[in-house]
Design a protein around this ligand. Structure first.
Ligand code: PLP
Length: 379
C-alpha cells in the first residue's frame, strides 16, 4: 500500500477461518479493539488493573516476573500499550512520555556524533528544533530536503548518511511522501517515519520497508486531548533493544495512568479515523468554494485540513465549535495559525510556514455544524 492510497480500515469483515485453514490476521478495526489487552488473570477483569507502582517485590534476590523489577524499566500497564502499538504497526513497540521523547530516543539510539541525517523540508517544528538546536551541539549534521521530490531526496543522501527522517503527511503543509520511494533511495541509511498524522489505520510504514515508526500518541492514537505521549515501533528486534536501552537509560517514560488513557483511546481508533475523514472531506469541499480561501489541502484521509486566507488570525479567533488551540487529533475540532503558534520554532529557517496559513484538526462533531462555524467565522 502506498501513502497516497490509504486503506479504509475495517472494510474487511472479521470472519473465522475455515477449518484446516491457517488463521489470517484480523482486520485492523478488530485489532485496535483488542490489541495488547488480556483479561486480568487474578480476578478476570476484562480491562487489566492500572499498575500504579514504582517497584515490584522480589521473593528472592534478582527474581521477578518478566522484566518487571523497577517501573522506569518496565510496567505492566505500559507493556500492554507497547504490545498494542507493536501489533498495529507490525513491529516492536516502546512507549514514551511524549512524541518528542520518542523522537529523541530513536535519533540517539541510531545516530552517533558526526553522523549525517536527512530531514524533510516541512515538518513538525519540535522535530526541527531538536535536530537543529540540540543534536547539532553533539555533532549531528543534517540536510533538509523536499521529500516529495525523490530525485532531490536521492541527491541529499550521502555515503555517511545514517538516518532519513520522513514525516507524511507533513505538519502543517500536508504533503504526502512516498515512503517506499524513500526506502528505495535510502542506500544504507535507517528510514524512520513520523506516522502521527496518518496513523496505522491509513499507513503502515514498516510494511513499506521503513525501519521504524514514531508517533506522538498525544494526537490521534490517544485521540481525546487528555494526555501527552509518544511511541517508537521498530521493524527489527535489534533496533528495538537499542531503543529500549535508551528508554531506560534516559528515562522519558510515561506513567501508568497516561498509558492507560492512551490504550483506552486506541480502542476506538478505526471508528474515529473514519469519522475524522468523513468530516474533513465535507469541510475541505466547502472551503474550496469560499471566496478569499486558497490552497485548500486535505490528503484524502485523516482529519487534518489546511488553507490560506488573508485574515487567518481573525478566522481562528471567531470560530465557536472549532477551539483555538495547538495540538490535533482529538475528537473535538481545533483551529490554529501555525506560523504564530505551533511552528514558531521554524521561523527564519528553510522550514518556515506562511503567515496566512490556517490549520484545522477536524473532529468528529456533526459535519454541518463544522461547515456552518467556518462559514460564520470567514464571514
Ligand atoms: C505533536 C507532534 C509531535 C510531537 O509530539 P509531542 O507528543 O507533542 O511531544 C511530533 N510529530 C508530529 C507530526 C506532531 O504532530
Amino acid at each position: 500500500m502506498s501513502a497516497s492510497t490509504p486503506d479504509p480500515a475495517g472494510s474487511t469483515p472479521h470472519t473465522a477461518p475455515a477449518p484446516g485453514v491457517a488463521p489470517t490476521r484480523d482486520a485492523l478495526a478488530t485489532r485496535v479493539v483488542h490489541a495488547g489487552l488480556d483479561p486480568d488473570p487474578t480476578y478476570g477483569s476484562v480491562i487489566p488493573a492500572i499498575h500504579q507502582t514504582s517497584t515490584f517485590r522480589q521473593p528472592r534476590v534478582g527474581e521477578f516476573v518478566g522484566d518487571f523489577d523497577y517501573a522506569r524499566s518496565a510496567n505492566p500497564t505500559r507493556a500492554a500499550l507497547e504490545r498494542a502499538l507493536g501489533d498495529l504497526e507490525g513491529g516492536h513497540g516502546s512507549a514514551f512520555s511524549s512524541g518528542m521523547a520518542a523522537t529523541h530516543a530513536l535519533l540517539t539510539a541510531i545516530c552517533s556524533a558526526g553522523d549525517h541525517v536527512v530531514i524533510p523540508g516541512d515538518l513538525y517544528g519540535g522535530t526541527f528544533r531538536l535536530v537543529d538546536k540540540v543534536l547539532t551541539k553533539w555533532g549531528l549534521q543534517y540536510t533538509m530536503v523536499d521529500q516529495t521530490d525523490l530525485d532531490a531526496l536521492a541527491a541529499a543522501v550521502r555515503d555517511d548518511t545514517r538516518l532519513i527522517w520522513v514525516e507524511t503527511p507533513t505538519n502543517p503543509l500536508l504533503n504526502v511522501v512516498d515512503v517506499a520511494g524513500v526506502v528505495a533511495r535510502s542506500r544504507n541509511a535507517f528510514v524512520a517515519v513520523d506516522n502521527t498524522f496518518a496513523t496505522p489505520i491509513n499507513q503502515r510504514p514498516l510494511e513499506l520497508g521503513a525501519d521504524a515508526v514514531v508517533h506522538s500518541t498525544t494526537k490521534y492514537l490517544a485521540g481525546h486531548s487528555d494526555t501527552v505521549g509518544g511511541a517508537v515501533i521498530t521493524a527489527s528486534e535489534e533496533h528495538h533493544d537499542q531503543v529500549r536501552f535508551v528508554q531506560n537509560a534516559i528515562g522519558a517514560v510515561p506513567g501508568p495512568f497516561d498509558t492507560f488513557l492512551t490504550h483506552r483511546g486506541l480502542r476506538t481508533l478505526a471508528l474515529r479515523m473514519r469519522a475524522h475523514a468523513e468530516n474533513a472531506a465535507v469541510v475541505s469541499a466547502f472551503l474550496r468554494d469560499v471566496p478569499g480561501v486558497s490552497d485548500v489541502r486535505w490528503p484524502g484521509f485523516s482529519g487534518m485540513v489546511s488553507f490560506r486566507h488573508a485574515d487567518a488570525r481573525g478566522i481562528a479567533e471567531r470560530t465557536r465549535v472549532f477551539t483555538l488551540a495547538e495540538s490535533l487529533g482529538g475528537v473535538e475540532s481545533l483551529i490554529e495559525v501555525p506560523q504564530a503558534m505551533t511552528h514558531q520554532s521554524v521561523e527564519g529557517s528553510d522550514a518556515a510556514v506562511p503567515a496566512d496559513l490556517v490549520r484545522l484538526s477536524v473532529g468528529i462533531e456533526d459535519g454541518a455544524d463544522l461547515v456552518e462555524d467556518l462559514r460564520r467565522a470567514i464571514g
